[in-house]
Design a protein around this ligand. Structure first.
Ligand code: HEC
Length: 266
């Protein structure tokens, strides 16, 4: 009993602090177990001054709608998020038009019936399947995961997504591909149920950006990183301001201490 109430020793506190720091820094388990770490790419959102490239975010959204949304939901996003600062920043009219293209199930109405209506900016992205079983049934038994936070849910998030989207190809000689699977160098076991979603020219751009596979993969990855962390730019800005503040404060404290202790005998 006594030991139960004894305050934790300093050693124990230090140990639990270290443990929590380690747990905090730990990367999510690598999905691609067995696959090598993906090649590191350089991204505009890396580093303490990182920002998103607006053009890439807008193009990435287009790719998601045209090439991914038929299988993958992004249920944490609402159409209005597409117009918010720090994101693709589509204009208000554009966000309304984007939302209106979706068909949303609403209800029940006064008669107790569900009904369909065009989407509103406040609606969440409409999911392609009514439930997980329907999604599996349409995908050879594999569940296309929700992409809202996938960039955070996988180790090496953006680098991994880029490697996955550009990792399709012919299996090496002797490789046994299971029925209905596709070879992918970046995925666990190198076989994935998702058919190659992007290839050169798969999506058309109106801003003159090239549409080769690598560019498409970069743009949709940028979009997915923003979706997983919409406040990234604000966070980095605040972090930098705090650093400046701490440097100024440290300088001030240094001179104050010096002034206070001049002439005091040690
Ligand atoms: C035809 C349906 C289909 C389309 C279109 C599709 N996917 Fe998938 N996707 C799947 C399925 C099914 C899985 C699950 C694969 C598995 O577990 O073998 C998956 C898995 C994934 C994963 C998770 C991989 C992992 O590490 O677990 C990511 C990321 C992904 N897709 C991204 C995309 C992106 C980005 C696009 C659009 C460019 C896209 N997908 C288009 C069906 C699709």
């Amino acid at each position: 009993m006594a030991s139960f109430f004894r305050p934790a020793g300093r050693g124990a506190i230090a140990a639990s602090l270290i443990a929590s720091v380690l747990a905090f820094g730990a990367q999510p388990a690598a999905a691609a177990e067995g696959a090598a770490a993906p090649a590191a790419q350089s991204w505009s959102f890396d580093g303490i001054f990182g920002t998103f490239d607006r053009g890439a975010l807008q193009r990435g959204y287009k790719i998601y709608t045209e090439s991914c949304a038929s299988c993958h939901a992004m249920k944490f996003l609402a159409y209005r998020n597409l117009g918010e600062p720090g994101g693709p920043e589509f204009g208000e009219a554009e966000v309304k038009a984007i939302a209106a293209e979706a068909t949303v199930q609403d209800g029940p109405n006064a008669d107790g019936d569900m009904f369909e209506r065009p989407g509103l900016p406040s609606d969440r992205f409409v999911s392609p399947f009514p439930n997980d079983n329907a999604a599996r049934a349409a995908n050879n038994g594999a569940l296309p995961p929700d992409l809202s936070v996938i960039a955070k849910a996988r180790a090496h998030g953006p680098d991994y997504l880029f490697a996955l989207l550009t990792g399709y190809g012919e299996p090496p000689a002797g490789f046994e591909l299971r029925e209905g699977m596709n070879y992918n160098a970046a995925f666990a076991d190198h076989q994935i149920a998702m058919p190659q979603p992007l290839s050169d020219g798969a999506v058309e751009y109106s801003d003159g950006t090239p549409t080769d596979l690598r560019q498409l993969a970069r743009d949709v990855t940028t979009f997915l990183v923003w979706a997983a962390e919409p406040k990234l730019e604000a966070r980095k800005r605040a972090g930098f301001q705090v650093m400046i503040y701490l440097v100024l404060l440290a300088g001030l404290l240094y001179f104050t201490t010096k002034k206070l202790w001049t002439g005091v005998e040690h």
